[in-house]
Design a binder for this molecule. Structure first.
Ligand code: FE2
Length: 331
């Protein structure tokens, strides 16, 4: 079967087309347009307007790239949440209209769960702890008794937002992650900054503010190193505890921040020490993308999940652990 997926939770409007051959995920197209601003930060209405403007072109190029027609599409999936309301509305409206016009079943799927499922499908991880680190999201996730549980998460901002807002103050363009990552490996000494783990959860704003106050007072490479070192060590600590608690032996690192060599190295060391295997999916599905929405749509549809158009209202605050997982062969 073939699924068309639509992603529009934040900056990215995407259309992905995925087929399932013997349970394997085949990405036929994964097209997108991204809304960016010069000064940083996202204005939801402006992003939604940009998505609306680009939707038809992105859809057309996905269908062309995949070389499929509407008769080939078996189900249409869209991101139902979590995300920015106005942005989610654009994707949901497009999906509803296409489903109605072409008489296809419609499924709203959770964006974070989609990262988890495509991460598993493309790496071969079976029952991993997933560390999902992006601009808006930071969660340590794992499957347990019918749901993807969140073992730990940020209590304030996503780790990507921490890096971007610090980068902005430092005069680095968006996204700041790659530049900061390079500076990380050029450090001479550690600058003392807060380290804030609350139980299994993470707090990043205090760390960000303390680092910003030191801009211009210490070597910038040392400051970048220290910020990344603390943020990633906090994340690694909580991820390790989730692995220990669940006794899972696989880690999937995904989300845009998974591109960081510094983070990968730290997680890799931790995994090696506890004989767990670390996987990082191809980068195009670590970032927000629609192929993952299409893949989760396919998997859920195959498990018998159905949704009426009137049940398809977007859920901007939907949590990973709100979703009943009925597509895994587990108790
Ligand atoms: Fe994402």
């Amino acid at each position: 079967m073939i699924c068309l997926g639509i992603e529009s939770t934040a900056h990215t409007f995407g259309c992905g087309i995925v087929s399932d051959s013997n349970g394997k995920c085949n990405i036929l197209a994964n097209e997108k347009s991204s809304f960016t601003t010069e000064e940083g930060g996202i204005k939801p209405r402006e992003a939604a307007d940009s998505h609306l403007e680009n939707a038809a072109d992105v859809l057309k190029s996905a269908l062309e790239k995949a070389a499929v027609g509407w008769k080939d599409v078996g189900v249409i999936a869209f991101s139902i949440g979590p995300g920015l309301g106005p942005c989610l509305q654009v994707g949901a409206t497009a999906a509803r209209a296409l489903a109605l016009k072409h008489k296809k079943p419609l499924l709203g799927v959770n964006h974070c769960v989609a990262h988890v499922e495509i991460g598993k499908a493309l790496t071969g991880a079976i029952d991993p702890i997933v560390c999902y680190v992006s601009g808006a999201n930071t969660q340590i996730i794992g499957y347990e008794t019918g749901k993807y549980r969140v073992y730990g998460e940020t209590l304030d901002i996503g780790i990507g937002n921490l890096l971007d807002s610090f980068g902005r103050k430092m005069g680095i363009g968006f996204p700041a992650g790659p530049v900061l990552d390079k500076m990380y490996f050029e450090k001479k000494e550690y600058v003392k900054l807060p380290y804030s783990v609350k139980g299994m959860d993470l707090v990043f704003t205090g760390l960000g503010t303390a680092a910003e106050q030191k801009i211009g007072k210490v070597r910038k490479e040392d400051l970048a190193y220290s910020l990344l070192h603390n943020a990633f060590a906090m994340l690694t600590e909580v991820t390790e505890r989730a692995l220990a608690h669940t006794e899972k032996k696989e880690l999937v690192l995904t989300g845009g921040v998974a591109a960081s060599k510094a983070l990968r190295a730290m997680m890799e060391t931790m995994c090696n020490e506890r004989e767990a295997k670390m996987f990082v999916p191809p980068f195009e599905v670590c970032l927000d993308n629609a192929a993952m929405i299409a893949w989760l749509g396919l998997v859920m549809h195959k498990a018998g999940n159905r949704m009426k158009a009137e049940e398809s209202a977007v859920l901007p605050k939907q949590r990973t652990d709100d979703v009943a997982v009925n597509w895994l062969n587990k108790k």
